[in-house]
Ligand binder design. Structure first.
Ligand SMILES: NC(=O)c1ccc[n+]([C@@H]2O[C@H](COP(=O)([O-])OP(=O)(O)OC[C@H]3O[C@@H](n4cnc5c(N)ncnc54)[C@H](O)[C@@H]3O)[C@@H](O)[C@H]2O)c1
Length: 307
């Protein structure tokens, strides 16, 4: 066992399989006590079971680590408090939370049912709120503060078959940036050190196995070291960032800012003035998702005139 997280108390949601399991095992291997929180559901959120959370706890214990299983549903508000209370009652503090739990209900936007929308937004976005809220309430009262790590996706910038997932993942980026600002504002008033950051991973898991096109990918175990770093004292000053982690590559995302602007020639813009001047003065920004979609469709679609 190494000691990057020695004595820390960390909760990981979605820790029963895929990336969450790799994160939980890595945290325990670095000396953390770990709440293994997982509802044990199928990829669409159905058929809950406590078995996979128990299995990961057994795996950690068999390597000499310390862990507790919690088979709660992160979309339920009270689960946030249960996860945090489990860590605090067992080990006296909550030093970090990692929100990895997630589901998929894929459908084109024009066919999506209300339940497909609600369930995905509830598990991903509300799930992050439930855990972050309960964790921050404790962390701001601990002298040692703590770290929040959210899980977004490159799909936060757009997705054709997963508009619900994309919207929830975009919400997670904004929520995490807001948590980072909250952490900084508390710190400026004399509070403890706290941080909030997002990972946009790509890894071979059951969730990614049906992606219908070639993607750069890696293993769930490739993602875990970056999470450990963000939870550790060494990563304490990293705040409000989104990092893609895939295989051997780690990239930082840009921060949203206004790029170019134009001023109305008179007191207020008319639509005709906008129509004339917008293309010349500020134009549009290239949308990488749309450009990539056009490239992929050009590669896969039969061209008119060809068989
Ligand atoms: N695998 C990838 O390439 C990839 C890409 C982008 C983003 N992500 C994100 O990374 C995270 C992990 O994905 P994964 O590929 O390991 O998926 P996975 O399906 O292997 O694991 C997800 C885990 O979350 C648990 N879970 C689902 N709903 C839950 C709920 N309501 N409460 C508690 N636990 C719940 C499941 O039981 C499962 O163990 C997800 O948030 C996913 O959106 C993954």
């Amino acid at each position: 066992m190494a000691d990057f997280l020695e004595g820390k108390s960390i909760a990981v949601t979605g820790a029963g399989s895929g990336i969450g399991r790799a994160v939980a095992l890595a945290c325990a291997a670095e000396g953390a006590n770990v709440v293994v929180a997982d509802y044990g559901v199928a990829i669409d959120g159905s058929d809950p079971s406590s078995e996979i959370a128990d299995a990961v706890v057994a795996e950690i214990e068999s390597s000499g680590g310390v862990a507790i299983a919690l088979a709660g549903d992160v979309s339920a508000f009270d689960t946030g408090e249960q996860v945090v209370a489990t860590a605090c009652e067992s080990w006296g503090a909550i030093d970090g939370v990692v929100c990895v739990a997630g589901i998929l209900r894929e459908r084109m936007l024009f066919n999506m049912t209300e339940d497909e929308w609600d369930s995905v937004v509830a598990v991903h976005l509300k799930g992050h709120f439930n855990i972050y809220r309960a964790a921050l309430a404790r962390m701001r009262k601990q002298a040692t503060g703590g770290s929040l790590v959210g899980f977004t996706s490159g799909a936060f910038s757009a997705s054709t078959a997963q508009a619900n997932y994309s919207a929830a993942k975009g919400g997670i980026v904004s929520l995490t940036r807001s948590a980072a600002m909250t952490a900084v504002s508390l710190r400026l008033r004399g509070g403890p050190p706290m941080s909030a950051n997002c990972i946009a991973p790509v890894a071979r898991t059951r969730m990614s196995e049906n992606v219908p096109f070639e993607i750069e990918t890696g293993d769930a175990e490739d993602v875990a070291p970056m999470v450990v770093y963000l939870l550790s004292d060494a990563g304490r000053d990293v705040n409000g960032q989104t990092y893609t982690v895939v295989g051997r590559r780690i990239s930082v995302w840009n921060q949203p800012v206004e790029l170019r602007s134009m001023e109305a020639p008179g007191d207020r813009w008319s639509p005709a003035e906008i129509a004339e001047l917008l293309p010349k003065e500020i134009g549009q920004e290239p949308n990488p998702m749309i450009m990539d979609l056009e490239r992929r469709m050009a590669e896969t679609t039969t061209q008119p005139g060809k068989d």
